[in-house]
Design a protein around this ligand. Structure first.
Ligand code: 5GP
Length: 194
C-alpha cells in the first residue's frame, strides 16, 4: 500500500450534536474493523462517559502542553473547551493499513483536509431541524439553556458549511440505513484503490 493509499483510509465523520453520529461511528467501526480515534478534550466528563473511551479528558494545562509539542493532527475550541485529535495513534493505525475514523467537528475536518488531502469527509444530517432541537433538548446531559441554544446555532452553521465542503452528506432518517450508507461510501472509496 502506498503512502497516498494509506492516507485515503482516513475518514472524517461530522454532524451536529444530537444527530446520532456517535452511534453511527461505533457501528461503522465494528462493521469495517476500523480504528476509531479517541479525541482529547478539556470539557467536563459526563456521568455516562468513561475516561479513554469517549474522550481522553485532560486538564487545560496538559492539553496546552500537547499543542506545544505538536502532538495534535488538529485541535479546535468548541463551546469554550478544547478538543483535539492526537496524531500518533492515527498515524500508527494508518501505517498498519487500517481504516481510521475521526469523529470531529467541521473546523477540525477542514484543518485535517488541508494537511491530509486524501482524507474523505462525511457529514451526517438530521432529517428535520425540529428533530435536532428535540434531541438536543431531551438528551439529559444536564446542560443549561445557553449551551443548548449554542449547540443549535452551531448546528445550523455547520450544516451550511458542510454542504459546501464535504465529500458526502448522509441523512440519518433510518439509523441502519444511514450506517449502511456510510459503510458503502467507505467501501466504494477503498475499491477505487485496488
Ligand atoms: P461533545 O461535547 O458533544 O462530545 O462534542 C462537541 C463537538 O466537538 C462535536 O461536534 C464533536 O464532533 C467535536 N469534536 C470531538 N472531538 C473533536 C476533535 O478531536 N477535534 C475537533 N475539532 N472537534 C471534535
Amino acid at each position: 500500500m502506498t503512502e497516498s493509499e494509506k492516507q485515503r483510509n482516513l475518514i472524517i465523520i461530522s454532524g451536529p450534536s444530537g444527530v446520532g453520529k456517535s452511534t453511527i461511528c461505533k457501528q461503522v467501526v465494528e462493521k469495517l474493523n476500523a480504528f476509531l480515534s479517541v479525541s482529547s478534550t478539556t470539557r467536563p466528563q459526563s456521568e455516562s462517559e468513561q475516561q479513554g473511551r469517549e474522550y481522553n479528558f485532560l486538564p487545560q494545562q496538559e492539553f496546552e502542553a500537547m499543542i506545544q509539542n505538536d502532538a495534535f493532527l488538529e485541535y479546535a475550541e468548541v463551546f469554550g473547551n478544547y478538543y483535539g485529535t492526537p496524531k500518533e495513534p492515527v498515524d500508527e493505525a494508518l501505517a498498519a493499513g487500517r481504516i481510521v475514523i475521526l469523529e470531529i467537528d467541521v473546523q477540525g475536518a477542514l484543518r485535517v483536509k488541508k494537511v491530509r488531502l486524501q482524507a474523505q469527509t462525511i457529514f451526517i444530517l438530521p432529517p428535520r431541524t425540529k428533530d435536532l432541537q428535540e434531541r438536543i433538548n431531551g438528551r439529559g446531559r444536564g446542560e443549561d439553556e445557553e449551551t443548548k441554544k449554542c449547540r443549535l446555532e452551531t448546528a445550523s452553521r455547520e450544516i451550511a458549511a458542510a454542504w459546501q465542503h464535504y465529500d458526502h452528506m448522509v441523512i440519518n432518517d433510518d439509523l441502519s440505513q444511514a450506517i449502511q450508507e456510510v459503510v458503502d461510501i467507505i467501501d466504494e472509496k477503498l475499491k477505487g484503490q485496488e
